[in-house]
Design a protein around this ligand. Structure first.
Ligand SMILES: Cc1cc2nc3c(=O)[nH]c(=O)nc-3n(C[C@H](O)[C@H](O)[C@H](O)COP(=O)(O)OP(=O)(O)OC[C@H]3O[C@@H](n4cnc5c(N)ncnc54)[C@H](O)[C@@H]3O)c2cc1C
Length: 472
């Protein structure tokens, strides 16, 4: 066992802060402590700070992952009192004040702390139907977004190879489950790929034949938004060729179909692409904290915290962001960021022997979602905006919150090139192997590629025929 090994050596007597998670919450705590006499260890199981709101653009081949996921190590490069460690946190030993983590090679690490901040975020929730994970991947990480991108593009490649119209329709049917912002943004992008970007690139298949379906269990798209914005979004999606099915739940799925239950009863659709955008569940570390504090997690697995974000009964432990239940705040970036900054202030005041800052108060900056690349809805600062003006607002705010000027300028340049000048997507790289993984193997319930027997070979391979050229 190795205690607090890599990185800077511990300075005896200096207050040690361990931050678990380098997402919106964890990074903001770390930065807020830049001018404080503490030693911060930021431990994450990735080496980057991921800007999740733009993940769907990686899945659509618009942005390269690097622009939205800068290395944590470089983000805190100039903060000399902080270091980053790539490790998976396994256990939080509150009695001993030690975080136990595992390095990529399996080595055990012990990270002793005086103050602990846990900001481990959330993961997908399949609402008890974990077997769906094998057929309907979600999007939380860079790997997820790349996997989805490979999957979406591979299906168009397969449609080009298929000669049987029924099989081709199966490859060209895309079902997204969940019409929150992520689901709406994903179907918008798939519709643009199919109708605007790809048609001229294919010879045998007309990609405009793609069927894009959005399932939503409630009676409206974008459930948390105002009815006017919901109605606008639904109409806009339908105009883009998306079938919006409200009050409809996914009840079953297998390798090449999905069964849904809607107002007209059960229906099974043949498809090779289902994407899960329906629910989230707090990190398992929330349950660990709850058990140790003797409190219950809520239905989404979130641990309740005190108004100052401390764990009940443990003033030296803070939990923030998507993994906590506090004042019914939504699981979006702003609460995590604001809680992170606030906790930084609390720790700073304690270390300096000052009184605690005023209680945490959330400032709601509103919500936004894009619908394709020229329209969005925005409910912010008392205004409800739709269309291009909302889109510009969305773009401005998202670029502003990206980390680093290089990434901001790079994103603006890539958008200009992809969306305005070339009307193409610059990051459409897939390989035979990645397509094969997606179309024949799929993922296990744990989200890993899983070998299964491929379907019968399509007609072209047997006959050597070339699919007919599509005209128009
Ligand atoms: C696809 C998508 C789109 C979104 N769009 C928006 C949007 O448009 N607007 C908005 O406001 N919000 C959006 N959100 C939500 C927003 O991203 C989250 O609310 C926010 O990231 C929460 O911040 P956090 O710090 O709690 O967690 P995260 O940002 O998720 O960070 C958690 C970190 O903890 C690390 N971690 C987890 N477990 C461990 C472990 N055991 N050991 C070590 N490290 C660990 C993870 O690797 C991660 O880096 C979106 C989320 C997703 C997935």
């Amino acid at each position: 066992m190795t205690a607090a090994t890599n990185g800077t050596a511990a300075t005896p007597g200096r207050h040690r802060v361990v931050v678990v998670g380098g997402g919106f919450g964890g990074l903001n705590v770390t930065r807020a402590l830049a001018d404080t006499d503490v030693e911060v260890t930021l431990v994450d199981r990735t080496n980057h700070h991921l800007f999740q709101p733009l993940l769907y653009q990686v899945a659509a081949g618009i942005l390269p992952p690097g622009l939205i996921a800068p290395a944590l190590r470089s983000v805190i490069r100039t903060q000399t009192n902080a270091r980053a460690l790539l490790a998976d946190v396994q256990e939080l030993e509150l009695d001993r004040r030690v975080v136990r983590a595992r390095g990529p090679d399996g080595r055990n690490l012990e990270l002793p702390y005086d103050t602990l901040v846990v900001a481990a975020g959330a993961t997908h929730s399949y609402f008890g139907k974990d077997e769906f994970a094998e057929y309907a991947p979600g999007m939380k990480t860079v790997e997820d977004a790349r996997y989805l991108r490979d999957g979406i593009l591979s299906k168009f490649e397969m449609a080009e190879l298929a000669t049987d119209p029924v099989e081709r329709a199966e490859w060209l049917t895309f079902v997204v489950i969940g019409a929150g912002p992520t689901g709406v943004e994903l179907v918008g992008q798939i519709a643009e790929l199919a109708h605007k970007v790809l048609p001229k690139d294919y010879r045998s298949v007309d990609t405009r034949e793609a069927r894009i379906i959005l399932l939503e269990g409630t009676g409206a798209v974008l459930p948390p938004f105002a009815p006017k914005l919901q109605e606008y979004t639904k109409k806009r999606l339908e105009k883009m060729g998306v079938e919006v099915r409200l009050n409809t739940l996914a009840v079953d799925m297998d390798h090449d179909s999905i069964t849904m239950k809607g107002p007209d009863g059960l229906e099974t659709i043949r498809t090779r692409t289902r994407i899960w955008a329906a629910g989230v569940q707090a990190s398992p570390l929330a349950k660990r904290l709850a058990e140790k504090a003797g409190v219950e997690t809520d239905r989404a697995g979130r641990v309740p915290v005190n108004p100052d974000c401390t764990l009940p009964g443990h003033p030296e432990v803070f939990a923030i962001g998507d993994m906590v239940a506090l004042d019914k705040l939504p699981g979006v970036a702003q609460p995590a960021m604001q809680e992170g900054k606030y906790v930084g202030k609390v720790i700073k005041a304690r270390v300096r022997g000052e009184g605690p800052p005023a209680p945490f108060k959330y400032f709601d900056k509103g919500s936004m979602a894009t619908i394709g690349h020229r329209a969005a809805v925005a409910d912010a600062f008392g205004m409800k905006l739709t269309g291009f003006i909302a889109y510009v607002m969305w773009g401005f705010i998202h670029v502003l919150y990206l980390v680093g000027w290089g990434n901001r300028l790079g994103t603006l340049y890539t958008w200009a090139r992809a969306l305005w000048f070339s009307k193409n997507r610059g990051h459409r790289i897939i390989t035979f192997e990645s397509a094969k993984t997606d179309v024949t193997e799929g993922r296990t319930t744990a989200g890993r590629p899983r070998p299964i027997l491929p379907r019968a070979a399509p007609a072209m391979g047997e006959t050597g025929s070339v699919p007919p050229r599509h005209v128009g």
